[in-house]
Design a binder for this molecule. Sequence first.
Ligand code: ATP
Ligand code: MG
Length: 414
Amino acid sequence: MRSLQPVRGTHDILPEQSLRHRHVTETARTIAGQYGYAEVATPIFEFTEVFKRTLGDASDIVTKEMYTFESRSGEEITLRPEGTAGIVRALISGGLGQNLPLKFFYQGPMFRHERPQKGRLRQFHQFGVELLGVGAPLGDIEVIAMAAQILDALGVGESTTLEINSLGDPQSRKAYRDVLLGYLSDLKDKLSEDSRNRLAVNPLRVLDSKDEGDKRVLADAPLFSDYLTGEAAEFFSAVTAGLDELGIAYALNPKLVRGLDYYCHTAFEFTTEALGAQGTVLAGGRYDGLVSAMGGAETPGVGWAAGIERLAMLIADAPGAQRPIAVVPVGGGAETAAFNLAQELRRDGFTVDIGYGGNLSRRMKRANKLRARLAVILGEDEIRAGTVTVRDLDTGEQEEVALRGLRDHLAPWR
Ligand code: ATP
Ligand code: MG
């Protein structure tokens, strides 16, 4: 029955996977907190206009990937394909611009109708940061350093490369756009249909093409770095000098672009070879023109977003769930006392599992399956005597413990 399948490109995050996701987000959260970033959560859907204005009518996301629908009251709504648009909308609609700079992080599901494949889903999750109100290169350095620290803490710093480029200021951009358009127009016949279409709308986006034929054409294309104004070049060298200072390695990638007009100066990606075609785990850049393009006051911004599923695939192992203590009653008469004991221990901060039925051996099997650390076994006679048996499930050793002293005895495993 088709309706009982998950929708193509969506997935259930079951417990084992959940631990990995959580390890990624908790690590990122902790480090973002150390940098003084505070968590914000904007709605999962916005008026379609919010994304059209931020992403541009010609972007892939807007033209092909958005989940857009009309609400019952006739509003044009879109499930968010990314996080920055909502945050900038919140900045403007909530009047947050009074308190710049703002340092935000967010985390949650994003929706894009693209072709599902390994590392490419229709509902996926991102963790991202935005620094608003800081126009200096220090802002770029800070968010990149934070990204590097998070990847290091996840143990994937070694397997990822930071690629970086400058998109300059509007003046550099215009100069480069013109020469690139000239170059590509001459070779138009060799470009893919997608790229030919992009040429008319935004030639910079052709640089992003993954088509092999396009890549051959692009191999000899003029480079952005040759068309940066003095000021833009200076900005970029301040960013790279800052990274050098911090010992953060990077590779200059002159083909790295973000196609949208409000992106400027620094663009960067952390990529890996380990995930096949979907190798970008984290991407970001400076977007000084975005807030004003959306109708707010001129406000510089820089930020990035990381794909949580891609990072979850990349990390070796997430720390496992807390190993429980299994409370095991022997005989029906001990059931109630065992359940009460389990409740008491939980209230005391222990992680406790209690089998819901079966004899001693079945319950011990369950305890082992859950990788319980200890079993607290109690029978009717023991209850009368005020004792329990505590068995160490790793060593097999066991001892009698007075119920009264049980908490202290278990304290090391809390
Ligand atoms: P790509 O080139 O892979 O399409 P993108 O440029 O569309 O990426 P961004 O919009 O910059 O990606 O999103 C930031 C990060 O979010 C990506 O680097 C990736 O890790 C993750 N991401 C983006 N789209 C998807 C998706 N459909 N499924 C899973 N993760 C995704
Ligand atoms: Mg994409």
